[in-house]
Design a protein around this ligand. Structure first.
Ligand SMILES: [Zn+2]
Length: 98
């Protein structure tokens, strides 16, 4: 007798079942199900969850990369503007001296 994690094929609830029995009864919905199918269902869902998580993570990194590029771009523009302000101040200073 071994207790394993599974997912009910009727109600989708995560349950712990005895994998020595060919069929079990769900404690949540009281419906009978095939043990192997319930274990398989849980594994498939965990795999899907991991895949979804991996896609989400990739999306977050992409967004972060885009954000960082935007910040760098803004800093670049800021220096551009500062350079022209400095140039303007320099020219007006020169004019004042003359
Ligand atoms: Zn159930």
């Amino acid at each position: 007798m071994a207790q394993v994690n599974a997912k009910c094929t009727n109600c989708g609830e995560n349950i712990i079942i005895d994998d020595n029995k060919e069929a079990n009864i769900c404690p949540n919905c009281k419906e009978a199900f095939i043990t192997e199918k319930a274990i398989k269902l849980l594994n498939e869902n965990t795999y899907k969850d991991k895949q979804v998580l991996a896609v989400k993570k990739r999306h977050i990194w992409k967004s972060l990369g885009k954000g960082l590029l935007m910040v760098l771009e803004c800093i670049g523009y800021l220096f551009y503007v500062l350079f022209f302000i400095w140039l303007f101040v320099d020219i007006t200073d020169d004019l004042k001296k003359k």
